[in-house]
Design a protein around this ligand. Structure first.
Ligand SMILES: NC(=O)c1ccc[n+]([C@@H]2O[C@H](COP(=O)([O-])OP(=O)(O)OC[C@H]3O[C@@H](n4cnc5c(N)ncnc54)[C@H](OP(=O)(O)O)[C@@H]3O)[C@@H](O)[C@H]2O)c1
Length: 354
C-alpha cells in the first residue's frame, strides 16, 4: 500500500483524502490542519488521523476536544508521498519540509510552476514525472483545457488555441470572495496566466487565454476555439471526445442548460458532494468551421473548432492527484492508473447511463 499524507484539509484536500482512501493500493496516513473547525471534526469523524500543521496552535485542538496524532513533520516522515492542498503560496513554503524528510510531494495549481520539478496532467504527460521530488497538479482550468487539448492534438494537430475562461468568483463556502454583482475582466491584461500555465504541460502549444470573473460559485465555463491542422467533421470531433476518459459530452435531450443543471444532475446521480470530475462539453456546441476560406497560401487545410465546456473547480483535479501519486512513485502506467482511480471513486459510472 502507498502511504499518503494530506497536508491541508480544505476544498481540495478533503476530496483527495476520500479519493485516496477509496483506492485499492493506497492508504491515508493522516491529514494536517492549522486549527480545529468543522473540517477538522469531519476528518476525525471519518477516522482520519489529524496532525497539527502549526505547533503553537496545538492547544486550540485540545480546548476544542479534538485529539491529535502528532505534528505535520511526523505525518510527512511517515508518508511515502504527501499531497499538499494548502492555500496558494503555502505549498511553496512547505517545499523545504518535504525535501528535509526526503518525501516527494504534490503541490496544487495555486503554486507557481517555478517552485516544482514538473507539472502534471494524467491524460497529457503521465510518463514524465516519475522520480520527481515536487510535482504540481495543475489548476482546475488548466486540467480541463489539457484534457481537451491532448486528444485534439494527437488526432488532428493544433495550430492555435484561443479560450475565454468565465470563472466562478469563489467556491460555495468562500463568502469573502466576489464579485457579488459585477462582471470583471480578470486579469485585465492579456493573455491571462492560464495560457502560460497550459504551456507547462504542452510547451510548444500556441495558446491565448482571456479571463473573466462572474458572481457564481458553481463551475467555470470555457468558450473554446481551436484551429486544427486538418478538417474533421463536428461529428468526428464529438466521437473522439466521447471516447475519452473524464469527458462528459452532454446529449441535447438532457436539457442541461447551464452549470446549475449539471450540479443538479450530479446530486441526483448521488455523486459525493455533487462533484463532477469530468469536463462537461455541450455536444451541440461542438462546431467545425471549414471550407475554401480556410485553405492557407501554402495549401495547408485548417479548420476552426468551437465548443463550450464547464469545469467543476472543486473536483476535476481530484482524480489527477490520485494518478500523480502513482506516476511519481512509478507504481502504474497511465492507462492502468486512470482505470483504477476512476473505478475506485465511481468516475467510471457515467452521470447518465445512456
Ligand atoms: N478550490 C478550487 O477551486 C481549487 C481548484 C483547483 C486547485 N486549487 C488549488 O488547491 C490548493 C488548495 O485550495 P483549496 O481551495 O482546497 O483551499 P482551501 O479550501 O482554503 O483549503 C486549504 C486548507 O489548508 C489549510 N491550511 C492553511 N494553512 C495551512 C498550513 N500552513 N498547513 C496545513 N494546512 C493549512 C486550511 O485550513 P485550516 O487553516 O483551517 O487548517 C484549509 O482548510 C490551492 O493551491 C488552490 O489554488 C483550488
Amino acid at each position: 500500500m502507498i502511504r499518503v499524507g494530506i497536508n491541508g484539509y480544505g476544498t481540495i484536500g478533503k476530496r483527495v483524502a476520500d479519493a485516496v482512501r477509496a483506492q485499492p493500493d493506497m492508504e491515508v496516513v493522516g491529514v494536517a490542519k492549522t486549527r480545529p473547525n468543522f473540517e477538522a471534526q469531519s476528518a476525525v469523524d471519518k477516522g482520519f488521523d489529524l496532525y497539527a500543521a502549526i505547533e503553537e496552535r496545538k492547544p486550540r485542538f485540545a480546548e476544542a476536544g479534538i485529539d491529535l496524532a502528532g505534528d505535520v513533520e511526523e505525518l510527512v516522515e511517515a508518508s511515502d508521498i504527501v499531497v499538499d492542498a494548502c492555500p496558494s503560496g503555502i505549498g511553496a513554503d512547505n517545499a523545504g519540509m518535504y525535501r528535509e524528510y526526503d518525501t516527494p510531494a504534490l503541490l496544487q495549481g495555486g503554486e507557481d510552476a517555478e517552485v516544482v520539478d514538473s507539472s502534471f496532467n494524467a491524460r497529457s504527460n503521465f510518463d514524465t514525472v516519475e522520480g520527481d521530488d515536487l510535482v504540481r497538479v495543475v489548476s482546475c482550468n488548466t486540467t480541463g483545457l489539457s484534457r481537451l487539448i491532448a486528444p485534439l492534438q494527437e488526432e488532428y494537430g493544433i495550430e492555435k488555441v484561443r479560450t475565454t475562461l468565465v470563472r466562478r468568483g469563489g467556491d460555495p463556502a468562500q463568502s469573502d470572495r466576489g464579485p457579488i454583482n459585477d462582471i470583471l475582466p480578470n486579469p485585465v491584461s492579456l493573455p491571462s496566466h492560464h495560457g502560460p500555465d497550459v504551456n507547462t504541460i504542452f510547451p510548444e502549444l500556441r495558446i491565448d487565454t482571456l479571463g473573466l470573473k462572474v458572481p457564481a460559485t458553481l463551475m467555470h465555463m470555457h468558450s473554446v476555439n481551436v484551429t486544427l491542422e486538418s478538417e474533421p467533421s463536428a461529428a468526428g470531433v464529438r466521437d473522439l471526445l466521447e471516447s475519452e476518459p473524464r469527458m462528459f459530452v452532454i446529449p441535447e435531450w438532457l436539457g442541461l442548460d447551464g452549470a446549475g443543471a449539471i450540479k443538479e444532475l450530479a446530486q441526483d446521480a448521488g455523486r459525493p458532494r455533487a462533484d463532477i470530475w469530468e469536463n462537461c462539453i455541450w455536444g451541440e456546441s461542438i462546431s467545425v468551421e471549414s471550407g475554401s476560406s480556410s485553405i492557407r497560401a501554402d495549401g495547408e487545410v485548417v479548420s476552426d473548432l468551437y465548443l463550450f465546456q464547464a469545469i467543476h473547480q472543486e473536483s476535476d483535479v481530484v482524480p489527477e492527484n490520485v494518478d500523480a501519486i502513482r506516476a511519481v512513485l512509478g507504481e502504474a502506467d497511465q492507462a492502468e492508473s486512470i482505470t483504477t482511480t476512476d473505478g475506485a471513486i465511481g468516475l467510471d459510472e457515467p452521470l447518465v447511463r445512456r
